[in-house]
Structure formats: C-alpha cells, structure tokens
Design a protein around this ligand. Structure first.
Ligand code: ADP
Ligand code: MG
Length: 210
C-alpha cells in the first residue's frame, strides 16, 4: 500500500459521506444531537485540503498527520475517537515504506484498540465499534489467509453492512444515545453508519490495487 492509495481512499470517503448526508444527519438527529454529519464532513474537507502535504509522506507518517489534523477539526465525541484511530495506525506503520496487507490489518486493529480504550467502550454498546471491531477481526483473518483483494473488499463491505444494521436493535450504553434508554431502539447508530459508508468507499477504491 502506498500513500497515493490513502489519498484516493480519502477522496472516495468524502464523496460517499456527502452522498449519505441525509441518512447520517437524520440518524444523529433521532438519537444524538444532530451534529455528526457536520463533524465528519468538516474532517473530510480538511483532509482533502491536505492532499499535497500528505503525498510525499510514507503511509505511517500520513496516517499520523491525518490523526492530528482530525483531532483539532472533527469535534464531538467522535473527533478524538476517529483521531486516535489514525494516530495509532500511524504508530504501527511507522518506518514501513510500503506496508503489506498483514501489516495494514495489524495497524487497523491497533487503531480500533485505540478507539476502545479512549472511548472505554466495546462490542454491543451501539457505537461505531460495533462495525469496526468485526470488520477488523475479519480483515486480520483474511490477511492471514492471503485471500485475494477483491474478495477481501467484498467480504468487508458485507460485514460492515450487516453489523451497521445490527445496531438498530441495540440499546446504547455509551455516548449521547445512552441517555435515551429503550427509545434508541429501532434507530441505527450514526457513527456505525458513517463507518460503514467509509469502509464501503475504501473497499470500492482498493479492490483493484495490485
Ligand atoms: P457527539 O455524540 O458528541 O455529538 P458525534 O455526533 O460526532 O458526537 O458522534 C456520535 C457517534 O460517536 C455515535 O454515533 C457513536 O458511534 C460514537 N461514540 C460515541 N461515544 C462513543 C464511545 N465511548 N466509544 C465509541 N464510539 C462512541
Ligand atoms: Mg452528535
């Protein structure tokens, strides 16, 4: 994986987030405070403006820079969480010019661990982790098994989709939705939707990488 692939993925994520504006917005209006889409869009915009700055960096350094930038731009509960994901990925990939699939999978897992420890949350709490944890586990398994990339992307997209939908039937024990108790039932978690949209966009972009 090269930094140019990361930049391509960021562009695809931005487009996908914009295309899903109304759903992401209405989910956070239903069980949050309605700012999640704006928070995430601000993050996407700022990363797009950094393209030239990121291009000469190795992937680890690029992820580190992305994480620091997002810390000061996204805001909300999700800002520090998403930022910690990229910072942890950057640390794991530091000094590796062109990470291989297993190294990327390990970095992704470290990113997810960083979100878990920063948010003091785990599976089943109706947060973005309900998408990220299963996707990370599957990514690691498929990387170990050397599964061809198009199949990896297809399976990760399906896993993200299934687990995003599953948050509909959960009550929240973390984040703003936890104040709603059973009233959060029947609504998908906005952070899970954002992650599913982003993972799908990255998979669509990366499935053709040699
Ligand atoms: P805020 O809740 O401060 O308004 P956002 O609306 O940007 O922040 O983000 C809300 C999303 O953040 C939720 O949908 C959920 O997925 C995620 N989230 C909230 N708290 C946590 C946590 N402790 N751990 C992991 N994710 C969380
Ligand atoms: Mg919110």
């Amino acid at each position: 994986m090269k930094t140019v692939h990361i930049i391509d993925a960021l562009e695809a994520v931005q487009a996908a987030i914009l295309a899903n504006e109304s759903q992401i917005e209405s989910l956070d209006r239903a069980i949050g405070d309605g700012d999640h889409f704006i928070n995430v869009r601000r993050g996407c915009d700022v990363l797009m403006a950094m393209r030239d700055e990121l291009a000469p960096l190795a992937p680890g350094a690029a992820f580190g820079k992305i994480g620091l930038k997002l810390l000061s731009t996204i805001g909300g509960a999700s800002g520090p969480l998403i930022s910690s994901f990229f910072i942890a990925m950057g640390k794991t990939l530091a000094g590796i010019d062109e990470p291989e699939r297993r190294q990327f999978a390990a970095a992704f897992a470290d990113g997810v661990e960083a979100i878990k420890s920063r948010g003091k949350a785990d599976l089943g709490e109706k947060t973005m982790l309900d998408v990220l944890i299963p996707v990370s586990r599957l990514l690691q398994r498929l990387a170990e098994e050397n599964t061809p990339l198009p199949q990896v992307c297809e399976q990760l997209t399906a896993e993200a989709h299934r687990n995003m939908l599953a948050t509909r039937d959960m009550t929240a024990t973390k984040g703003r939705a936890s104040f709603l108790g059973e009233r959060a039932l029947g609504h998908i978690d906005p952070g899970s939707k954002t992650c599913e949209v982003a993972i799908t966009a990255v998979c669509d972009t990366w499935k053709e990488i040699a």
